[in-house]
Design a protein around this ligand. Structure first.
Ligand code: CA
Length: 416
């Protein structure tokens, strides 16, 4: 059965510029704050945002608890589950399609006039490592005499628990972290000199599971509210010195940026594709079939210049497999958990997801337009991640921006 909210013929009374990330077929959710007012939930449409709290108060949206959108996070809405998400999407689509409802202009704000906030109150943050090309490249760099992939990699989606408190929304500055790194005469302390990005795609959970149970891979998507872009900023020198034997810690926990708009699985339905074949076949609890992956094209801009276009559809492990694996031991996922995919890298040099790979750990500097070179990020550098989906017969949708600018380390940045 075709979904009327995805019909390419559907238009809106809100003007949507050609090529916008936010046509009426997208309808991503976020949290915004009008000037001098309190944060509330909205939906992006073209260059505007529809205030769902105001639309609900006016009676244009019903069947949900009153005031659920007059909140600084999507969590209460996300906890209602797929049926409520679906019903609300249909109502928002109806409000924005066709003729303008009476009074609806008061529910609209220009995006340039509002501040976007972190859309989700994040309880737990997990970061996977699910790109075959990324894991292979990193293995070749750091274990040149061994098999690039460790023995577990093709059998389970490897991950670590990250830090939720430092997940910030697009636009927040990223302070260059300081820490220990290995030096020729022992460890030294100071600001990282190998500050990197990792282009990733995250999903947020709407409905969790009770402790002691697990989420089957076949129903994992019922728990996933939607996808966003993620930049897992990484201090490679701090990371390299600290990570064995327990994994990433301070080299990652200083900042993670997420995009402000959550694109729902309903909006992504036209862009489903089969994931790459898995060899060997995973254990039964991770077995998926059909179009379990999403054809999402990604882009990394460094100081305005496109430096890579990673293909998300090539990720080895899918979101459903990641969530099934994350709960197979009986741990409990909660509303508002964030799960990032791991660095998205393709096979070719123009599709790599981090500077570590693009410069081969600094050995091959990037040449930028204007004659500058980069191995790792310098203070003042701006990184903008984007993502979009397009195919014949469907309306192109996008994720907006996931942006951050590096600011100097606290304390003047001197070495000690
Ligand atoms: Ca990562």
């Amino acid at each position: 059965m075709s979904d009327p909210t995805l019909d390419p013929r559907l238009g809106s009374w809100v003007p949507v510029p050609e090529g916008s990330d936010f046509p009426i077929q997208n309808l991503p959710y976020g949290v915004f704050r009008p000037s001098g007012d309190t944060p509330r939930v909205g939906v992006a449409i073209g260059e505007h945002v529809l205030d769902l709290a105001a639309a609900q108060a006016a009676g244009a949206i019903d069947e949900l608890p009153q005031g659920i959108f007059a909140a600084p996070a999507l969590n209460r809405f996300m906890a209602l589950g797929r049926r409520a998400w679906r019903r609300n999407r249909e109502q928002v689509s109806a409000v924005l399609a066709g003729d303008r409802p009476d009074g609806a202009e008061a529910w609209l704000h220009r995006q340039e006039d509002v501040a976007m906030e972190r859309p989700v109150e994040i309880g737990d943050y997990v970061d996977f490592y699910s790109s075959l090309h990324h894991a292979t490249n990193v293995g070749m760099m750091f274990r040149p005499d061994a098999e690039p992939l460790l023995p577990n990699w093709r059998h389970l989606p490897v991950a670590y628990h990250g830090r939720a408190s430092s997940v910030v929304v697009s636009g927040a500055p990223v302070v260059r972290p300081s820490g220990q790194r290995s030096g020729p005469d022992g460890p030294v302390f100071g600001p990282t000199v190998r500050l990197d990005i990792e282009m990733e795609v995250g999903f947020v959970t709407g409905v969790g599971n009770p402790l002691g149970t697990s989420i089957p891979v076949g129903s994992a998507e019922d728990h996933i509210f939607g996808l966003c872009l993620v930049n897992d900023w990484s201090a490679r020198d701090i990371q390299a010195w600290e990570y064995q034997p327990l994994g990433p810690f301070l080299g990652k926990s200083f900042a993670t940026t997420m995009s402000p708009w959550i694109v729902t699985l309903d909006a992504l339905a036209p862009f489903r594709v089969a994931p790459p074949p898995q060899d060997p076949a995973p254990l039964d609890y991770l077995a998926v079939d059909g179009d379990a992956a999403f054809d999402l094209q990604l882009e990394i801009r460094l100081n305005g210049e496109v430096v890579s276009r990673p293909p998300f559809r090539e990720m080895y492990w899918t979101a459903a497999q990641q969530l099934a694996h994350a709960t197979v031991n009986g741990t409990n996922v909660r509303t508002g958990d964030l799960y990032a995919s791991g660095t998205v890298s393709g096979e070719t040099p123009d599709t790599l997801g981090c500077l570590l790979e693009m410069t081969w750990n600094g050995a091959r500097p990037l040449s930028l337009a204007g004659g500058e070179q980069r191995t790792y990020l310098e203070d003042g550098d701006e990184v903008v991640l984007r993502g979009w989906c397009e195919r014949d017969g469907a309306t192109r949708i996008g994720f907006g921006e996931c942006a951050g600018t590096v600011v100097p380390a606290y304390g003047g940045g001197g070495e000690t």
